[in-house]
Design a protein around this ligand. Structure first.
Ligand code: UD1
Length: 426
């Protein structure tokens, strides 16, 4: 029988929903777990990860690790990763092209084996995805690179710690550099590293493996060690909650109204978003157990600009645009991270949204109501943002390409239905 996630169930159908009520569990962070899985390559033995979301990007990352000779078992949000002494240090194109995060195997493979061959990632729906900063950072430690036949080959007889200045706080470059530096000789000082909560999770995981990574002010100091050991044996290492999944439910409450408890959402990981949504008229209260979000009135427009953490994340942007389409007033959205990330706006226009784009700016004039239409998801967050918009539109919104949404969400439609949304998977 076909399961949701197969081509047979490729569409999510959303209808206007007047209020959401209840409690939703926020799962483990996609943008963290994929990197922790790569970090497992650094040590032979059995690693156990818990709070692992049941999403298809995790399945693809499992396939990639298995292609390298790792054994992965997955059940009940728990991942057991058995890493052998020897690995195949190649990441083939047919897997890399399906999961962009796979580039982060470069750092750990270089760190542990001094060699790696990884297919070069192409562009995607956000535009080009360069890796020049990853390579420059690893070169500073002594790695050399060559490219042929679409693959990048890396070697390093020995990696030596040094001061590495990142010209931009790239998340991926920081991750690759960290995972190589933990095995380098001596100290690596990373100037201008990314500070996203998922970077904090990776540092915590590496330190549990025996690495020595510490913040010195706003820099990262990494003292290389000879050998790492698996973290999270026994109870396992719990992945941090997904702030982007939490943002998706905040947007849904903002657009539909109602009051929802987001269990496990961490307020301090999303302070800037909470402030912005409060400005827009939502009421959000944090507790140890999660966040309660309430919306009782039409949202008020605000200007939005994406920035590296602690600024507003680029992954929040599609949700904020959806919210602005029905808010009162005009909001200007500026996308500073991936300037080609406006493709889904054409889909929102099909739903009656009044949005004008100019370069990396979008001017969103709030309408009283959107009008349901057939639309297509081109990437994870854009797809989820269309689903959320569909809950505030008259009639039916059919979001095709729901397999994109499954890459980053565990049963988005089911969780929204649990809050009273008129939504189904077909
Ligand atoms: C980015 C987001 C991250 C998000 C992830 C998934 C930022 C800073 N990063 O991480 O929060 O979770 O997408 O959607 O918001 N760049 C280069 N050369 C490089 C690497 C990056 O020019 O070698 C540029 C990119 O084109 C982009 C910017 O730097 O404009 C940020 O990229 P980076 O943080 O590396 O992206 P991801 O790691 O994918």
């Amino acid at each position: 029988m076909d399961e949701p996630g197969s081509a047979e169930f490729d569409t999510i159908v959303a209808e206007r929903t007047s209020a959401l009520e209840g409690d939703v569990r926020i799962g483990g962070a996609k943008n963290s777990v994929l990197k922790l899985m790569a970090a497992c390559l650094l040590a032979e033995g059995r690693h156990v990860l818990t709070n692992v979301p049941d999403i298809s990007d995790v399945s693809l990352m499992c396939e990639l690790l298995e292609a390298m000779g790792v054994t992965v078992t997955r059940a009940d949000h728990r991942l057991v990763v058995d890493v052998p002494a020897e690995l195949n240090t190649e990441a083939p194109y047919h897997l890399v092209e399906r999961i962009r995060a796979s580039i982060v195997v470069l750092g750990p493979l270089l760190g542990r084996f001094g060699t790696a061959r990884v297919a070069l990632p192409g562009g995607d729906d956000f535009g080009p995805r360069p890796i020049d900063m990853h390579l420059r950072a690893l070169e500073s430690l002594g790695a050399t690179f060559s490219t042929a036949h679409g693959d990048i080959s890396a070697t390093a007889a020995v990696l030596r710690g040094t001061e590495v200045v990142l010209e931009y706080p790239s998340v991926g470059a920081t991750e690759n550099l960290l995972m190589a530096a933990v095995c380098a000789k001596g100290r690596t000082l990373i100037v201008n590293p990314a500070r996203e909560p998922e970077i904090g999770d990776l540092i915590e995981f590496l330190n549990r493996m025996g690495a020595h990574v510490a913040w010195t002010g706003d820099r990262l100091a990494v003292d290389g060690v000879e050998r790492l050991a698996p973290a999270g044996s026994g109870d396992g290492y719990a992945v941090i909650p997904d702030r982007i999944e939490a943002a998706t439910f905040l947007a849904a409450v903002g657009m539909c109204g109602g009051s929802v408890f987001l269990r496990h959402a961490v307020a301090e990981h999303m302070a800037m978003l909470i402030r912005k949504l409060t400005d827009m008229g939502m009421h959000i209260v944090a507790s140890e157990a999660g966040l309660r979000a309430t919306a009782t009135q039409r949202l008020i427009s605000a200007d939005v600009s994406t920035l590296p953490y602690p600024g507003l994340a680029t992954d929040y942007m599609p949700f904020l645009v959806s919210m602005l389409t029905t808010a009162s007033g005009v909001g200007i959205v500026t996308e500073n991270i991936f300037t080609g990330r406006f493709r889904y706006i054409d889909e929102l226009r099909r739903m009656g949204a009044d949005i004008r784009t100019e370069g990396h700016h979008a001017v969103v004039r709030g309408a009283e109501r959107l009008s349901g239409a057939p639309v297509r998801a081109h990437d994870i967050r854009a797809g989820a943002a269309l689903v959320v918009a569909g809950l505030a539109a008259e009639g039916e919104t059919e979001v095709a390409g729901a397999d994109h949404i499954d890459r980053g969400y565990e049963d988005l439609a089911g969780k929204l239905a649990g809050l009273g949304a008129a939504i189904s998977r077909r």
